[in-house]
Design a protein around this ligand. Structure first.
Ligand code: GDP
Length: 301
């Protein structure tokens, strides 16, 4: 395992081509299986899922006798989709047209992962669908963050509630939800600060934001934004957030910037929370619902 991890650190390959070449070998011998395992690890699938997957493939191949590369590839495709969860509910509360308004969504994650961008893109999706949206700039530590959110709001047609720089994030969140309720707004999206200074600091801050909102409305959705390009490191940070708030969905951002899409599998496994959205660029339309089958096809292309 240590050896595999060491190789993983050097490996830059994605899944597609490497796997197909491996599967095209005449015999799937021990060495080939090891290389298949390394390729999966190299795509950030994570150690647990990789071993499970390879074990299942090996068993299938053993039981059914010899198989063509195409058959093994299809088997891999099916197993990967199952691993990700084809039937998992990945719908967003804000999109499900809730009766109770506003639908309250908290967007959390480490700074730089794409929280503000994701909040803007999500607002765009909702507005395009005819919903009224209000943005809450609860990252009061950086004035630039609130500016950035407000710019997104103006771009997509959503009002932004912000507080004084250095002010209380929870109070901004409270005001945003209050205004949204008063104005009969459909959805309020709250962008939070993601300073991972200390776990307790974060816990206090995010916990307070949530508790204060809950004085007037339930928090219906907590989206954790994770930068796909940070791989297993991002996963460790995600774990901290998941311990602090009840995350209901993951947004995997910057998937356009990596060949290591296997992180989808790793993060779901690790956090037990479905990936609901993926970020595919910096533009307003670069947010997509996560579709396991399409994703696996792209991964294996
Ligand atoms: P925050 O600090 O978590 O709010 O992160 P930002 O929303 O400010 O995003 C940080 C940087 O990542 C910005 O330059 C964004 O344009 C960029 N970014 C965000 N999402 C994506 C994505 O899906 N793809 C790409 N390529 N860039 C993204």
């Amino acid at each position: 395992l240590t050896r595999l991890r060491a190789r993983l650190a050097r490996s830059q390959s994605g899944l597609g081509k490497g796997l197909l070449t491996l599967l095209s070998r005449d015999t799937l011998d021990e060495e080939t299986w090891e290389e298949i395992e390394e390729t999966l690890l190299g795509a950030d699938l994570g150690v647990g899922p990789t071993q499970e997957l390879v074990e299942r493939l090996r068993t299938e191949v053993r039981v059914k006798g010899s198989r063509t590369p195409e058959e093994v590839r299809n088997l891999l495709r099916t197993e990967l989709i199952n691993l990700i969860g084809a039937d998992t509910d990945r719908s967003l509360h804000a999109v499900r047209q809730p009766d109770e308004r506003p639908s309250v969504t908290l967007v959390v994650g480490v700074n730089g992962t794409g929280k503000t961008t994701t909040t803007g893109k999500l607002a765009r999706v909702l507005v395009a669908d005819g919903r009224s949206v209000l943005l809450g700039a609860a990252d009061t530590f950086r004035a630039a963050a609130a500016d950035q959110l407000q710019t997104w709001g103006e771009r997509v047609g959503a009002r932004t509630v912000r507080g004084p720089e250095g002010g209380d994030p929870a109070s901004v969140a409270f005001d945003a939800v209050k205004q949204a309720a008063g104005d009969d707004v459909d959805a309020v999206l709250i962008d939070t600060a993601g300073r991972l200074h200390t776990k307790t600091g974060l816990m206090d801050e995010l916990g307070k934001v949530k508790r204060v909102i809950e004085k007037q409305s339930p928090v219906h959705e907590v989206l954790l934004v994770l930068d796909a390009t940070t791989g297993q490191n991002g996963l460790m940070q995600a774990r901290v957030f998941a311990e602090v708030v009840d995350v209901t969905g993951i947004v995997l951002s910057k998937l356009d910037g990596t060949a290591k899409g296997g992180i989808v599998v790793a993060v779901q496994r690790e956090l037990g929370v479905p990936v609901k959205l993926v970020g595919l660029g910096e533009g307003p339309d670069d947010l997509a619902p996560f579709d396991p089958a399409a994703f696996v096809d792209a991964l294996l292309a």
